[in-house]
Design a protein around this ligand. Structure first.
Ligand code: AVI
Length: 311
């Protein structure tokens, strides 16, 4: 049984029912996420872009940190738009480094290896196609140089706070004393601003969530009637948890690869968490997972932070 089907059957057998947001990103999901990033309510991308654009030099200096030579590993590189500012600056500073983007999409890695050296003259790229931690191990096998690991885009927010701690501990266990990490956190702010970002007027976020049901229909032989599920985003300022649910509009039955799932009216599927943190909370994560906070880089509204940690 393929992993996607196994997880979907397991997760829909939980109470409450849940699905894993890592499966949002098929071709259609990638396009919808791009639409979300372009819509006016979704601020995190612009904030982090501002950080990379406006603080490029000090970011590069902090990450270079006197290393003679190092590997810059990016977990979930995507199209590397933000990191390109940093890469160019590091090349201009004549830093001796290799950029190692990790991505689950082999097409994306092939594209980066092909396009980046043409755009940034002198850049060395060694793409790593696969899961984050397997590829981080591979990066260590390829070279024993100092590592600077980047995890941008607020991706860590898509883990529960407990899983985020485990995730950071796991990164730490792959690194050596002195290595650096640059991690992006979406910060707590006005609750309405946050909720609006996950409830855009054009409905891209709704479609992004519903797309996972379409994906289950297309790839796993499911028969979700997506019209009968309503997107319900929430934000709790007390905990910083921004969560999205799909709520069943009626009593209904869904079949997936021969398994039957009963939904009562108003029963929900927990789809995604996008956890928001305070600066103090990011520092506590660092301390609890074996890192020291070196520096915070923020946009001018202080809505997003890219923070540098050292092992
Ligand atoms: C990828 N990740 C950081 C996005 C977020 O903000 O949690 C995914 C997303 N979900 C809905 N809108 C954007």
């Amino acid at each position: 049984m393929n992993q996607f089907l196994k997880e979907v059957l397991h997760d829909l057998n939980q109470t409450p029912k849940t699905l894993n947001s890592k499966y949002f990103y098929d071709g259609k999901g990638d396009k919808l996420f791009q639409e979300i990033m372009d819509c006016p309510e979704y601020y995190p991308t612009n904030c982090e872009m501002e950080i990379f654009r406006e603080h490029t030099e000090s970011l590069a200096t902090t990450l270079k940190n006197g290393f003679n030579t190092f590997d810059l590993v990016e977990m979930g590189a995507g199209d590397a738009t933000k990191s390109s500012f940093l890469l160019k600056e590091l090349v201009d500073m004549q830093a001796d480094f290799t950029y190692m983007p990790i991505d689950i999409s082999s097409a994306m890695i092939a594209h980066l290896e092909e396009s980046l050296p043409g755009k940034i003259d002198g850049l060395k790229v060694e793409g790593l196609n696969g899961e984050y931690f397997e590829m981080l191990d591979k990066a260590n096998q390829i070279s024993s140089r100092k590592k600077v690991v980047m995890l941008l885009g607020g991706n860590i927010g898509n883990e529960t706070p407990q899983n985020a701690l485990d995730f950071c501990r796991k990164i730490r266990s792959c690194l050596q004393e002195g290595d650096l990490v640059l991690v992006g956190f979406d910060l707590k702010k006005n609750p309405r601003t946050i909720l609006a970002a996950y409830n855009d007027a054009a409905g891209f976020t709704r479609d992004f969530n519903l797309n996972l049901l379409h994906r289950i229909n297309n790839e796993l032989g499911g028969d979700f009637d997506t019209e009968q599920f309503e997107h319900y985003p929430t934000y709790d300022p007390a905990t910083g948890a921004c969560k999205s649910y799909l709520v069943s509009r009626m009593d209904q039955e869904v079949n997936i690869s021969g398994q039957k799932f009963i939904f009562k009216e108003n029963e929900f599927i927990f789809m995604e968490i996008s956890q928001k943190y305070s600066l103090g909370e990011t520092e506590a994560i660092a301390t609890n997972t074996g890192f020291k906070t070196v520096m915070h880089f923020m946009d001018h509204k202080k809505w997003f932070v890219d923070t540098v940690w050292q092992c």
